[in-house]
Structures are given as structure tokens and as C-alpha cells.
Ligand binder design. Structure first.
Ligand SMILES: [Zn+2]
Ligand SMILES: [Zn+2]
Length: 264
């Protein structure tokens, strides 16, 4: 398979997942939308469009060369432990998920990174559109971070793309505004991040917002002691102190460089 086929495979899953979760949250919505849905969709689609166009460059010139270098030369730590087999595949998946957990945690703890990640959290609602809401700066920086992980551990192209497809679907799922049976959610969130679990991370209340960093598997929050349940009342108020710039594209793009606006 060529790189083009593989990346278009990821794009297909991304589009199909988005349509699926959009349909599900329309039919089985959990919270009522306070802002017009089309306004949100328009804003988030504009963010996604900008990100998709700009991200072609770091993907083409940094991420892909790194993946090809590792795949062709069987270079990196995991190749020393296991040859290409199912064990290496599983280990790569887990390592990438731990790496994403820490990346997310750094984004909250480091002031510079937080100014970019702020754009994701300033949303006062949460639906599948929120899964598109990332500042281009955060995406570029995370691509650099992922490239280092790929090179150090020896993550192959297939392993990386498989993880990315599951990650995209997980991010769409846990941001979506789907009503899920309480008991089922409680069992599911023992293993993977559910919408309720991730709502805890989007609360205005700091205690649960600066916790619950998992992307796919929730076990990392337990292992690294960052699991924090929120109350139903806390989950009612999402977003940050700043309630103004939520759907303003220019303000969001400029935010990391705008020293006048507080990032709390
Ligand atoms: Zn976050
Ligand atoms: Zn989120």
C-alpha cells in the first residue's frame, strides 16, 4: 500500500466517524444545545479546514519521512525487544497511548502549551464538532512530539496509522453529545474514554479539568493518579472563565500570542 492509500484510509474513517457520531448525537442527544448547531458546525468546520490544509506540510516533511526511516531500517527501541509481530504491534499501540496521555497532561501544566490547548477548552458545549477544535499550533507541536516518539521507540507506518485511526474515532466518540445508559457508561469507562468521562475533563471546575487526560484507555489516569470524577452540577458548566471568544475564529487563532487575555 502506498502512503497516499494509507492516509486516505485515515481520512475515510475520519469522515465516516464524524457522520456516524453526528447522526447519533442528533437522534440520541444528551444535553440541549444552547448555541445554534449550524453556527458551531460552521466554526468547527472552518477550524478543521485550516488545520487540514496547513497540516499537510509537517505531515509530508516531518512525520512521513520519520515513519519511512523507521519502517525501512527497522530502527528504534521496540525492534530490539520484538521483531515485527503482534507483540510489537500491541506494544506500539500502548506506548503511543501513554505518550498521548502525557502530551495532553503537559498541555495543561505548561503555560506555553496551555495557551494553544486553551482553544479546545474554551468551548462551552461539547459535541462531535469539538473533536475538530484544536489550534493549528498545538497540532504542529504534537506532530513534532509524535515524531520523536516514533524515532525513539521504532513505531512503523502501519502501527502508527492504525493507532491514529482508533484515536480519531475515540476523540469523535468521547466529545459527542450522545446519551448513554449510566450503567453501560460506568462499565465502558473502566476501559475506554466515554463522553461522560471526557465531560469531566471539560468542566469549568479546575479539579476535574486538570485531570482525566486519557485519550483511548482510561487506565493511564489510574496509574498516573489523575482520575477525578466530577459532580452532575460540575458537568453542567463546561468551558473556561473566558466566555467571549468561543466562536470567534480570529480571536481563537490569535489567542496563544495575545498576552492581554488571561488564559485561565
Ligand atoms: Zn485538555
Ligand atoms: Zn476534549
Amino acid at each position: 500500500m502506498t502512503i497516499e492509500t494509507l492516509t486516505s484510509l485515515k481520512l475515510s474513517f475520519f469522515i465516516l466517524g464524524f457522520i456516524l457520531f453526528f447522526f447519533l448525537e442528533t437522534k440520541y442527544s444528551n444535553r440541549a444545545w444552547k448555541t445554534r448547531r449550524y453556527k458551531r458546525l460552521l466554526f468547527h468546520s472552518a477550524v478543521a479546514l485550516i488545520n487540514t490544509v496547513i497540516m499537510r506540510l509537517p505531515v509530508l516533511f516531518i512525520l512521513m519521512p520519520m515513519l519511512l526511516l523507521v519502517t525501512e531500517n527497522q530502527f528504534g527501541l521496540l525492534y530490539l525487544v520484538a521483531d515485527y509481530n503482534i507483540l510489537k504491534f500491541i506494544m506500539s499501540f500502548l506506548i503511543l497511548d501513554i505518550a498521548m496521555y502525557w502530551w495532553h497532561r503537559f498541555n495543561h501544566k505548561n503555560q506555553f502549551l496551555w495557551r494553544f490547548h486553551f482553544v479546545h477548552h474554551v468551548d462551552t458545549h461539547m459535541d462531535v464538532g469539538t473533536s475538530l477544535r484544536f489550534h493549528i499550533g498545538e497540532l504542529i507541536l504534537s506532530t513534532l512530539y509524535k515524531s520523536v516518539i516514533i524515532l525513539f521507540f521504532g513505531i512503523s507506518l502501519a502501527e502508527f496509522l492504525f493507532y491514529e485511526i482508533i484515536l480519531v474515532l475515540s476523540i469523535q466518540f468521547h466529545h459527542s453529545n450522545i446519551r448513554i445508559n449510566e450503567k453501560f457508561d460506568a462499565s465502558l469507562s473502566k476501559f475506554i474514554v466515554t463522553p461522560k468521562y471526557h465531560t469531566n475533563h471539560h468542566t469549568r471546575v479546575r479539579k476535574s479539568r486538570e485531570a482525566n487526560y486519557a485519550s483511548i484507555f482510561t487506565i493511564w489516569d489510574k496509574i498516573f493518579l489523575s482520575y477525578e470524577d466530577a459532580t452532575d452540577a460540575d458537568r453542567e458548566v463546561m468551558g473556561l472563565e473566558n466566555r467571549e471568544i468561543e466562536l470567534n475564529l480570529i480571536d481563537n487563532l490569535y489567542h496563544p500570542f495575545n498576552k492581554k487575555v488571561d488564559s485561565d
